[in-house]
Structure formats: C-alpha cells, structure tokens
Design a protein around this ligand. Structure first.
Ligand SMILES: C[S@@+](CC[C@H](N)C(=O)[O-])C[C@H]1O[C@@H](n2cnc3c(N)ncnc32)[C@H](O)[C@@H]1O
Length: 229
C-alpha cells in the first residue's frame, strides 16, 4: 500500500511538471490567425490604406520604409495618445508619414517631417496629396540637423519619430527633447543590436527622466521612450 501511494505521488509530480512545461495553446489556435491586417473602418482610412498598400507592394525599393507592423505601431501610439503634434526626422517617400497621418485625421493633429533628399521629398509630397492628407503635413526640405532649430511650435511635441541618419539620433534627441511635452514619446527606428547607435541607446536607457521600451526587436527594432512628467 505504502509503495502504491509513493508511486502515485511520484507520477502526479511528474504530470504536474509536464503540464507546467506545456504551452497554453498547445491545442489552440493556428498562429496565422494572429497576422491580422489593418481593416479600413472609415472612407478616410480606406483612401490612405490604398496608398500605403501601393507603396508597400510597389515602391519599397530604395526608400528604406518601416515595415508594415512598425507603421501600424506608429499609428496606434499616435491615436491612443491623442497626439496633435508629431515630428518625424526622415520622411523618405512618405510611407511612415502616412501611418501617422491616418491617426492624425482622428486626433485633428499635424505632422512636420524633415527630408534631405529632393527626389524622395517630392515623392512624399505627391503621396500625401494622393491620400488627400496634404493639408495636415509640413515637409521641411534640407538637413534636419540644422532645420530642427527653426521648428516653430505653439505647443510641445507629442511624438518625435527618429528614422534618418542613425549616428545623428543623439543630436536630434538633444535638440528636440526640450520641446517634447511631459508624457510625450520619442520613438526611434532601427534599434536592433546591429543597427542601433550606442550613445543614443545609453541616452535613452540611462536617463531617469525617460522610460524606454524596445519593441519589434525580431525585426528592425523600435524604441519607445516616454518623457516623464
Ligand atoms: C530610413 S529612411 C526614412 C523612411 C521613412 N521614415 C519611412 O518609413 O517611410 C531615412 C531618410 O532620412 C533621410 N535623411 C538622412 N539624413 C538626413 C538629414 N540629415 N536630414 C534630413 N533627412 C535625412 C534620408 O534621405 C532618407 O530618406
């Protein structure tokens, strides 16, 4: 009898350990159902998504655009924080800008975006027009390291997005963080371990005034830092 009880106890310990190792959804859903796309809810969203889809499918080459999932993240962060004033460094042909602009249609805000390359800047202007959002965006052509000093704002920046020269992030951060409102976000792209620039990583992780998370690190990598109140 004693032997039987010991055996029973041993087998239930083994079963409990095995159960703990099981993933929750072992018999659950197929991972492909988690790959949900953005569904257009309004006519405005539909119009912008048409242009985003075209840029994603046909015009990525040479434009270094953010991946779709990162664009969706930018839109979510902008809309959920009710951001009115978004500043982007590195417009390219306007792909990430259009994700911001989709959110700004809802918040009633404005995007100011900086680009040094004339050809990409012209493509961006055409794409903003095509999506019908040109009145909600100001494109500043030229070297953003110089031009951000001229940024005229009647209120603090809600979201600063860095996606230009990686070793320049630290300079953009130092120049623009005083203009970021308390509770505002600095979002930086290409923050994976291969591409991130160490002085910038240290600046956003070692400053007690900032709370920083790293997201989508299996892809290009995005850092999101909140300026504390
Ligand atoms: C990675 S791409 C931006 C992609 C864009 N955010 C998107 O996802 O569609 C970087 C852009 O920054 C621009 N750039 C690089 N250095 C710059 C500078 N000093 N001032 C302004 N733009 C700059 C480049 O010409 C390039 O178009």
């Amino acid at each position: 009898m004693k032997k039987f009880l010991l055996l029973l106890l041993a087998s239930s310990v083994i079963t409990a350990q095995a159960q703990r190792r099981q993933p929750h959804n072992q018999e659950g859903i197929d991972a492909s159902v988690l790959q949900a796309k953005t569904l257009a809810y309004t006519e405005v969203e539909k119009r912008i998504l048409v242009v985003l889809g075209d840029l994603d499918q046909n015009h990525r080459h040479g434009n270094m655009n953010v991946p779709v999932e990162d664009g969706r993240l930018l839109r979510l962060l902008t809309e959920t924080t009710n951001a009115k004033n978004v500043v982007e460094i590195g417009t390219s042909n306007g792909y990430s800008g259009l994700w911001f602009l989709m959110a700004l249609q809802k918040t009633g805000g404005h995007l100011t975006t900086f680009e040094i390359d004339r050809n990409r800047a012209d493509q961006a202007l055409a794409n903003f027009k095509r999506a019908g959002v040109e009145k909600d965006v100001t494109l500043v052509f030229g070297n953003a390291h110089e031009n951000v000093a001229e940024l005229k704002l009647d209120r603090g920046i809600d979201i600063l997005f860095l996606d230009a020269d990686k070793d320049g992030y630290i300079d953009y951060l130092e120049k623009l963080i005083p203009k970021l409102r308390p509770g505002g976000l600095v979002i930086a792209h290409n923050m994976n371990t291969r591409q991130a620039h160490l002085p910038f990583v240290e600046a956003i992780t070692k400053n007690p005034k900032l709370e920083t998370l790293f997201l989508h690190m299996d892809g290009a990598g995005v850092s999101v830092s909140m300026k504390k109140r």
